[in-house]
Design a protein around this ligand. Structure first.
Ligand code: KG4
Ligand code: ZN
Length: 337
C-alpha cells in the first residue's frame, strides 16, 4: 500500500509518503510566525497551514518519485490538537481522497507518536510501555497490542513540554523552550538549587508540573536582576533534572509493576539528550530494552501518521467522510474487532 500521511494538529505542517514497506519522503514545515509571540497562536497556525499544506503535500509526493494516482490511501491526524489546525489537514485529506477515489483514515495524534518507533527499524513488539512526552501530553501507556492501549499515568496539569516552554519563557529564552533549556543547561550547575520533583503525592504513575514551575518562578523572584542573569544556566540545569527525574522514575515503576521489559519514548521532549541518557542508564541497570526514535521523528511529523494509518488501512479500517476534528481526543483502543 502507498500511503500519504498528513499532520497539522499544531504548528507543524507535515506530509510523508509511505511506499509499501518503506518511508519514501517526510517533510515538515515549522511555522516561524509564532516565534515572536513566545508560543503558538491558534488562528495564525490555521492560516499558515492553509498556505503550506498544498506545497508540502506536493513536495512529499514528488520526493517519493510517485504520482498522486499511485496512492492507495491517506492517513491524517483527526485529533487531539487545535481545532482550526486539525480542520485544515482533515478537509484537505478528505478532498484528496474523494478526488482520487481512495480511502482515508483519521489518526489519533498520540497513537501516531506511539508508532514513531516503528518507522525506520524494527521497533518494539507489544506488549511494551510508552512514555509520551510532548507539548500537549505526558502519558505512560501500556501498549497491549497495536490498537489496544491502557493509560497507566498522566499529567494532572501541564505537559512536560509545556513546562519546558513556560520555564524557558521565565528565563527569557526563545520558543520552543525545550531545545533552548537543554542547550543552556549544559553550562549550568545542576546542584545550584533544589527544586521539587514533578510528581503527585499518593499517585504512583501520574505527573504534575505546576509545583516545579512555581518553584522556578519563586526562585527567580527571590533573585536580584544581576543574579538572575548570572544563574540562568544553573536554573535551566536544575529545572531539567527535576523535570526529567520523575519521567525516569515513573517509567521504571511502570515497567516493574506491569512486568514489561520494553520501554519506548515519543514526542518532542523525547529529543532531550539528558533524558535519553538517564533512561538508558536506568534501563541498562534493570535489563530493560529502550527504544528511542530518531530526533526527526520525536517532534510532530507526517511519517508517524502515515505509519499508524497504514496499520488501519491495511486492515481495511477507514474513516467516514462525516468525521470531524476532535480537539480533545484521548488515546483509546480503536481497533474494530
Ligand atoms: O511532539 P511535539 O513536537 O508537539 C506536540 O505534540 O506537542 O512536542 C513539542 C514540545 C515542545 O514543548 C518543545 O519545547 C518540546 O517538545 N521539546 C523539547 C526538546 N525539543 C522539543 N523539550 C525538551 N528538550 C528538548 N530537546
Ligand atoms: Zn505531537
Amino acid at each position: 500500500m502507498n500511503i500519504l500521511g498528513i499532520e497539522t494538529s499544531c504548528d507543524e505542517t507535515a506530509a510523508a509518503v509511505w511506499l509499501n514497506d518503506r518511508l519514501a519522503s517526510n517533510l515538515i514545515a515549522s511555522q516561524e510566525v509564532h516565534t515572536k509571540f513566545g508560543g503558538v497562536v491558534p488562528e495564525l497556525a490555521s492560516r499558515a497551514h492553509v498556505k503550506l499544506i498544498l506545497p508540502i503535500v506536493e513536495s512529499a509526493i514528488n520526493q517519493a518519485t510517485i504520482n498522486k494516482s499511485n496512492l492507495d490511501g491517506i492517513a491524517v491526524t483527526s485529533g487531539p490538537g487545535l481545532a482550526g489546525s486539525l480542520l485544515v489537514g482533515l478537509n484537505f485529506a478528505k478532498a484528496m481522497a474523494l478526488s482520487l477515489s481512495i480511502p482515508y483514515v483519521g489518526v489519533n495524534h498520540i497513537e501516531g507518536h506511539l508508532f514513531s518507533n516503528s518507522v525506520f527499524e524494527k521497533g518494539p513488539q507489544p506488549p511494551f510501555i510508552a512514555l509520551i512526552i510532548s507539548g500537549g501530553h505526558t502519558q505512560l501507556v501500556l501498549v497491549k497490542s497495536w490498537g489496544e492501549y491502557e493509560i497507566l499515568g498522566k499529567t494532572r496539569d501541564d505537559a512536560a513540554g509545556e513546562a519546558f516552554d513556560k520555564v524557558a519563557k521565565m528565563l527569557e529564552l526563545p520558543y520552543p523552550g525545550g531545545p533552548a533549556i537543554e542547550k543552556l543547561a549544559l553550562d549550568g550547575d545542576p546542584d545550584y538549587v533544589s527544586l521539587p520533583k514533578a510528581k503527585i503525592k499518593n499517585s504512583e504513575l501520574d505527573f504534575s508540573y505546576s509545583g516545579l514551575k512555581t518553584a522556578v518562578l519563586y526562585h527567580l523572584q527571590s533573585l536580584k536582576p544581576s543574579e538572575r542573569q548570572r544563574h540562568k544556566a544553573d536554573i535551566a540545569a536544575c529545572f531539567q533534572v527535576a523535570a526529567v527525574d520523575v519521567l525516569v522514575d515513573n517509567s521504571m515503576k511502570a515497567l516493574k509493576k506491569y512486568e514489561i521489559n520494553q520501554l519506548t519514548i515519543a514526542g518532542g521532549v523525547a529529543c532531550n539528550s539528558y533524558l535519553r541518557n538517564k533512561l538508558k542508564e536506568a534501563c541498562k541497570k534493570q535489563n530493560y530494552t529502550l527504544f528511542c526514535p530518531p530526533v526527526i521523528l520525536c517532534t510532530d511529523n507526517g511519517a508517524m501518521i502515515a505509519r499508524a494509518g497504514k496499520f488501519y488501512l491495511d486492515k481495511g479500517q477507514y474513516s467516514e467522510f462525516s468525521l470531524s476534528p476532535k480537539p480533545s481526543l484521548v488515546l483509546q483502543s480503536n481497533l474494530q474487532k
